[in-house]
Design a protein around this ligand. Structure first.
Ligand code: PEP
Ligand code: MN
Length: 265
């Protein structure tokens, strides 16, 4: 993974090729934690596209702490993501939890997300390494940088060069006021260690919607290539991660604020 020049990850979407990497415009991924129904996902897709996002995120398979919590609508949610993609041309990013779902997820996803809880799932990493879709590799909640780099190495070694690192906050001693500690120091650290693009997820990183905009701006100041922001049409009613989700209005305002400080298109 040590490399002299930074590399690009080019992701074809219906709206054209989106390029992640140093020196390219900021790429923004936005959408709800979970795909809940057709109306909310298509509506959210339209709103985040209008605000300037390039990708829609939304979980069909959700890695919930409790087995009694909403687990995602699974295969039917993948169909709804396909509808949102068709309606807006946005690229789709959705999480793969089980290698058995790879084919179905690969049919709709323009980029496959490996969640924090699966960063150490080496057999899953090998499977996504052996297919063609780009992979968004979230940092495990207690993963060291070295473990994270090596997880990416599993994907690269299996033949897939298109990996993006996503920092989503690490677990620390104090989660009273924020869900995790968003480790923005990974931006310069990863830059010095790897050529691959970087994404920052201040939504999971803080767990509170009111802290998301300032951390998004801080991530840009530190040189991130891309951002992932959870957006829900009605956060209070969200089936997962409502407290950290921006409304479409707040997201739109954030995108305007980001364009003022720089890289956003
Ligand atoms: C998510 O993106 O909704 C998610 C579950 O993220 P993480 O794996 O970072 O917790
Ligand atoms: Mn979430």
């Amino acid at each position: 993974y040590r490399h002299g020049e930074s590399s690009e990850v080019v992701v074809p979407t219906p709206n054209g090729d989106i390029v992640f990497g140093e020196g390219h415009p900021l790429v923004v991924v936005a959408g709800p934690c979970s795909v809940e129904n057709e109306e909310m996902i298509v509506e959210t897709a339209r709103r985040v596209k209008a605000a300037g996002a390039q990708f829609l995120r939304g979980g069909a398979y959700k890695p919930r702490t409790s087995p009694y919590a909403f687990q995602g609508h699974g295969e039917s949610a993948l169909g709804l993501l396909a509808k949102a993609r068709e309606a807006t041309g946005l690229g789709i990013i959705t999480e793969l939890m089980d290698a058995a779902d790879l084919e179905l997820v690969g049919e709709v996803a323009d980029m496959i997300q490996i969640g924090a809880r699966n960063m150490h799932n080496f057999s899953l990493l090998k499977k996504v390494g052996a297919q063609d879709k780009p992979v968004l590799l979230k940092r495990g909640m207690s993963a060291t940088i070295e473990e994270w780099l090596m997880a990416a190495e599993y994907i690269l070694a299996a033949g897939n060069p298109n990996v993006i690192f996503c920092e989503r906050g690490i677990r620390t001693f104090d989660n009273q006021y924020a869900r995790n500690t968003l480790d923005l120091s990974v931006i310069p650290v990863l830059r010095s260690l790897t050529h691959l693009p970087i994404m920052i997820d201040p939504s999971h990183g803080t767990g509170r919607s009111e802290y998301v905009p300032s951390m998004a701006m801080a991530a840009i100041a530190a040189g991130t290539d891309s951002l992932m922001i959870e957006v829900h049409p009605n956060p209070k009613k969200a089936l997962s991660d409502g407290p950290q989700s921006l409304t479409p209005e707040r997201f739109d305002r954030l995108m305007q604020e980001l364009s003022v400080i720089g890289k956003a298109t």
